[in-house]
Design a protein around this ligand. Structure first.
Ligand SMILES: [Zn+2]
Length: 485
């Protein structure tokens, strides 16, 4: 298997520390709000990576943290604690917020067919481990106390900028004009290991420590939680590109200073999903969640397919048009599988050949788009129906689209408005009587045909007829939308 390593900026042959075994770590969510589908793109691609490793015969142990303390509004230790913000917003306690959004996160993951990692550990479970690591860093001279906080001293490292492409501008990340620079820091990029009462008086969760009552910084949790479960040598660390700096850079700084040797060999970073405004953000426009897609009639697996169609190292732009295309593709695949004649025996030898081919092709830096192409290749091949189905089932362990279940009518139900017709016909106010929807869709199709033949009088008549029935049609750039008048 080959993966692109952000440390070396090259696609490399993957060689684990212990043959046959993979230690893998994923930065988990900060549970103060729902995850948007951009956040979930990372978890989806990491899920594919984990399953691909298993598919290729590795014994994988994967660990994920849940950030329920210490993550401030900016990744660079400024601003308000995100959890506290969530608690204030909803008039709940921080622990109630953490529980609610942790559950919501895993519910979204389940809908997207993302496997829960073998170990999931909330940061608040590991306070003694954080304190121990900070004590060792202080002893070794990599940390200092200032203004009642404990900081990591980045000047003690030969190479702090491990990912290599940060410049001074980027280092200003999160330092906004309205935020005062932390004067306790000896170097601009030093970061907090432990906060005490000297900062953020109203922090809800606090613990006793050798440096006073306080709480841990954000970065320390991933170093500690990964070492607690995976030891001092890690194979693959995953996250979104936005985690590279400062979060992953700081994780490496702490972990290697603590352990005294190289910590993690491969860094897997998933690129952003943007909306048409250029960034997926919680403050601009609608907040794109899995639930919102479901409300609009899309099966979350259609979103999974949408993300698999492009490479994880390319930024991806989300539009409903693109999601409708994915819905059509999903439906086509499902129908093709459903129409297979599965009488006869599975050709095991052919199945093994296709398995190996998939491992090689998709194993070339997680090429999911090629994996989907292979599904079509199998469908077009000379194999008998039973073998085709078995091979697609095998691939689907990695792709996670529940294709054969969908073909049997047990998954992939809602495929979005676009799946059933050539154009996107958006039912915008949830008309849920299927007979009525079918009637409207039929009229829209008739109207489109009339327009194509330049019979505009008929087209207008059809629109007027629907209006008389209380249905308003709207021609939009994405297609015809309709709602009750
Ligand atoms: Zn992390």
């Amino acid at each position: 298997m080959k993966i692109y390593n952000s440390l070396t900026k090259k696609v490399e042959e993957f060689v684990p520390n212990v043959p046959g075994k993979v230690n893998m770590y994923t930065c988990g969510p900060t549970v103060y709000h729902f995850a948007h589908i951009g956040n979930l793109r990372s978890y989806l691609m990491e899920d594919v990576l984990e399953k691909l490793l298993r598919f290729s015969g590795y014994d994988v142990k994967r660990v994920m943290n849940i950030t329920d303390v210490g993550h401030l509004s900016s990744d660079a230790d400024t601003g308000e604690d995100k959890m506290l913000k969530g608690a204030k917003r909803e008039h709940k306690t921080v622990m109630e917020i953490a529980k609610f959004y942790t559950d919501a996160f895993f519910a979204d993951c389940a809908k997207l067919n993302i496997k829960t990692p073998d170990v999931v550990e909330p940061a608040t479970n590991c306070i003694p481990e954080f304190i121990h690591m900070i004590e060792v860093l202080l002893e070794k001279g990599y940390a200092y106390k200032a203004g009642e906080n404990v900081y990591f001293d980045t000047s003690k490292l030969d190479n702090y900028y491990v990912f290599g492409n940060q410049n001074e501008e980027e280092l200003m990340v999160g330092v906004r004009d309205d935020v005062t620079e932390d004067e306790n820091k000896r170097n601009k990029n030093d970061f907090v290991l432990w906060f005490t009462k000297s900062k953020f008086e109203d922090q809800a969760l606090k613990w006793d420590s050798p440096w006073g009552v306080g709480y841990p910084g954000w970065h320390i949790e991933c170093s500690c939680i990964s070492m607690k479960h995976l030891g001092e040598y890690m194979d693959i660390h995953c996250g979104g590109v936005d985690n590279m700096f400062p979060h992953h850079t700081n994780e490496i700084a702490q972990s290697e200073a603590f352990a005294g040797h190289k910590w993690c060999n491969y860094w897997f970073h998933v690129h952003h999903l943007n909306d048409e405004t250029g960034k997926m953000s919680k403050s601009k426009g609608e907040f794109l969640t899995v639930s919102l897609l479901e409300e609009k009639g899309y099966d979350p697996l259609v979103y999974r397919l949408f993300t698999l169609q492009s490479h994880y190292r390319k930024p991806l732009v989300f539009t409903y048009d693109a999601l409708d295309q994915a819905a059509k593709t999903y439906k086509k695949l499902k129908n093709k599988i459903a129409s297979l004649d599965c009488a006869g025996d599975v050709d095991e030898a052919a199945g093994k050949e296709w398995h190996d081919k998939f491992a090689e092709v998709v194993g070339n830096d997680v090429n999911t788009a090629m994996g989907l192409t292979l599904v079509y290749d199998v469908l077009k091949s000379d194999l008998n129906g039973a073998t085709k189905r078995a091979v697609i089932d095998d691939f689907d362990y990695v792709l996670g689209l529940k294709l054969t279940e969908a073909a049997d009518g047990k998954a992939g139900g809602g495929l979005g408005a676009g799946a059933d017709s050539g154009t996107f016909n958006g039912n915008v106010d949830g008309i849920d009587d299927p007979d009525l929807v079918a009637h409207i869709e039929e009229k829209i199709a008739e109207r489109a045909a009339a327009k194509k033949e330049k019979n505009f009088a008929l087209a207008d008549e059809i629109r007027a007829q629907l209006l008389a029935e209380g249905i308003v049609l709207e021609d939009t750039r994405e297609g015809v939308k309709y709602h009750k008048g």
